[in-house]
Design a protein. Structure first.
Length: 81
């Protein structure tokens, strides 16, 4: 997902959720915009079936807002790597 400006994390999460719902609505591979050799260098590697599986998993698990401080590994853990 590309962002313009500095939208709030809540707004980004809402947009991400909607984009996952949009993926599930695609009926066939040929309905995917820009999926051609001129606009997508990896167009042959796309799988609508896999995209739908991923989108459904994301929706099932939920979309949250992470905090970098909460994700930061301790120096003790980093020394052990």
């Amino acid at each position: 997902m590309s962002l313009l400006g500095t939208p709030s994390a809540k707004k980004v999460a809402k947009a991400w959720k909607q984009s996952m719902k949009d993926v599930l609505k695609v009926k066939k591979q040929s309905d995917i915009p820009e999926l051609n050799k001129y606009q997508c260098g990896t167009y042959k590697m796309h799988s609508l079936k896999e995209a739908k599986e991923i989108a459904q998993t994301v929706l099932d698990k939920g979309i949250g807002i992470m905090n970098n401080e909460d994700l930061k590994l301790s120096k003790k853990i980093l020394k052990g790597l």
